[in-house]
Design a protein. Sequence first.
Length: 427
Amino acid sequence: MPTPWKITRLTGCSPCGCLAVVSIATCPVGQTIRLRLFAGAIRLACRQQAGCRSALDNPPCGHSYGRCVRKRRPAAGTHNGRDIAMSLKRNRVGRSAVSVSELGLGGTSLGNLYTAVDDGAARRLITAASEAGITFFDTAPCYGAGLSEQRLGTVLPSLDRASFVLSTKVGYALIPLEEGEDNPSLFVDIPRCRTAYDFSYDGAMRSIEGSLRRLGLDRVDMVAIHDPDETVGIDPAADPYARSHFSEAMNGAYRALDRLRADGTIGAVGVGMNQWRMLVDFVEAGDFDFVLVAGRYTLLQHDAAPELMDACLRRGVGIVAGGPYSSGILASGAVDGAYFNYAPASAAMLDHVRRIEGLCARFGISLPAAALRFALRHPAVVSVIPGARSIEELDGNLAAVAETVPDDFWTALVEEGLLPEVALGPI
């Protein structure tokens, strides 16, 4: 039997997820830990110390660790004064020299998408993400009319520049509103600006200048051409070329980014959209390092496979998977008010997700873990970037990506008709 742990103070427990918050704990060899931990995490933290091989068979919450469906690791903390950060795999972005953590932080929530996040909470979130081992931060000028970039600019400039990769976008110009002018938006409590599409060469250059000013940085690592379809791809049934700026983007913004990459000003060039068809066109037409496909390679929406995924593998283009929770339902589960593809989920979608949840329970994994690991198992995907508007949501993302999802789970999804086999890609 393992030597028992001494839990000096336990400040919280969530039975549904076996989440324990330990203020102070002492392992069998007397090493004191002061951490905010998930159940089972003390085992990981203490084993980083030579000579301590103790195991925590029963988490502080009292649930059996062997039966706990969420075997999680700590987000961040200190052990005997040394920082402990979650070990996130880093992947090279296409053929570029840029490498990103497999889990990134999407910046839409930092721009007050749907609901407001106060400035202090945003700073704490960004800091916590960096301390947890996340090195990849994605943003854009249109995320809250520059607010997302401004908030990243309150933290990132104080960090070691080699410790993070910053990705932003071009294609949306920010134009100050006139007196009395209104601009309805999905973002709330933001600077008084409206956006206008601009995929020209000069527009791309002006956009990057503005981003650098808001970020407080002298360079960005990755830049993507943003929504050259005017977001029509959000509707899977829409004509993906109904409002295409493909030619303008290739003749304008792409040339600007290609020049900046050749000069060494930026490290990787990409394109980001909510559809896959035009992304394939860009991959075939230019020398891109990455694409950001938002919401089109998830457990519920996987129409990007196999054409886009295969094209990226063939051309050596990395894929950043955005919107891995399909607007929220793969994080919240099939609950009342769950969102799917930017709208309330239908009864049929809720039932579909309940079936996936049942399969997750059978295999002892969480639904968010299945969502993140689905994208990351594809060899073309270099990072997945769920958003987070609080440290609690960040911790949930970190916990999910730390889970091990068995191969048999994917086989079971296919066998039960919950996922087409082609969506899984090459093994």
